[in-house]
Write a protein of this length. Structure first.
Lengths: 222, 222
């Protein structure tokens, strides 16, 4: 997989992030690209979700992927097998992507021939929520094994996300996880969030999620 | 549970952390207290592991707990039911505890009557690995649903930990997780780490882990 480009990006401080957020938004608009920021804990199923999403959308859109990782290339290799244009971003130990890293990544990826770019953020429920990378849509994943109490402990991530995928519902019977309790914990933080129980492994629940993605992408004029 | 003390602690920068690490170590030595830093992703089972650990050790040692959380008190309430002396630390949005927050926490907890203090760090596989809080022992948890590839993606956490608990082995049959593959991924990063497959839910595998904890605590002269 030697065709996967790798660049090293450095963290910028949170205060100056907003300047670059505007720059990302202007660049996306100019290029006619819709950017999705995909966020979750390590092991929640980001990469499996990403691959299933690409496969569902790739006949309709030209898709690019930015794989943010602290220093490995594991996910980029897997994702490139979908045929999407993939770039690996090394955050140099930073626990999140910021807007400066994002614009750097978009330019290195080369987005002039793309419709949709998905950023797979660093696995983390904390830092990525604090840094607005200028995406058109923020999708977060909470997986069943993590527990239905997580909105109480990591509220910001649930507050800033547009879509919440509740992943690994195929494992519901072995975990003490209550979807209604989860919804009760999320709603006070964010009443507009769309919640989809899914299994990225077997595809259950994905149709409705993909339909909303397409609607959101079309609403932006793509 | 109004007897749970809550203080707000602020993040210090990584460069000055080392000064405070020495201060934490000196304070622990002076007070004869053994500090365990417990780290993991959100939902890996930190609190369940902590409660089972306290129950296994509480006849032998006087135990204190520092519950680090961004802004909730969920875990502290549960943990205080074990009878351990518990303090809630709010990190004010920071994704980890540092040594300055730790010394602040230890002083507010009051450790003169304790033998062992366990710090439940913020749920995060990235930042807590970067900040040495001055603990005598670093225990990390990786849960089966997170996947056996995590050492490749979050290497620092596996490098700095003394003990790795592979939690939720009761769910092994529903996940594609290979313990041998995990060990192959961990060993190049840290050949001295002790690995224990456990179920914090039903207690499987805990005896060996607890035996090592007691050995480590005794080795420090407690």
């Amino acid at each position: 997989m030697s065709d996967i480009k790798t660049i090293d990006v450095k963290a910028d401080i949170i205060e100056t992030n907003d300047t670059y957020t505007k720059e990302v938004r202007a660049f996306l608009k100019e290029q006619g690209v819709f950017l999705i920021n995909l966020m979750a804990s390590p092991g929640a199923g980001k990469t499996t979700t990403l691959i299933r999403t690409i496969n569902a959308l790739k006949d309709r859109y030209k898709i690019g992927v930015m794989e943010a990782d602290m220093d490995s290339d594991v996910d980029a290799k897997l994702v490139s097998e979908t045929g999407a244009k993939v770039i690996q971003l090394h955050t140099g130990g930073s626990c999140h992507m910021d807007a400066l890293m994002t614009i750097d990544g978009l330019k290195n990826l080369g987005i002039e021939d793309l419709d949709v770019v998905i950023l797979e953020n660093v696995g983390n429920l904390v830092c990525p929520a604090e840094f607005d990378v200028g995406a058109n849509l923020r999708v977060m994943i909470l997986s069943v094994p993590e527990g239905d109490d997580k909105p109480l402990k990591y509220p910001l991530m649930f507050s800033v996300s547009d879509i919440l995928l509740v992943n690994k519902i195929d494992a519901l019977e072995v975990f003490d996880f209550d979807i209604d309790k989860l919804k009760d914990n999320v709603t006070p933080l964010n009443e507009n969030i769309s919640i989809y129980p899914v299994s990225a492994l077997n595809g259950d629940g994905f149709d409705d999620y993909i339909a909303e993605l397409i609607r959101r992408i079309e609403d932006e004029g793509h």
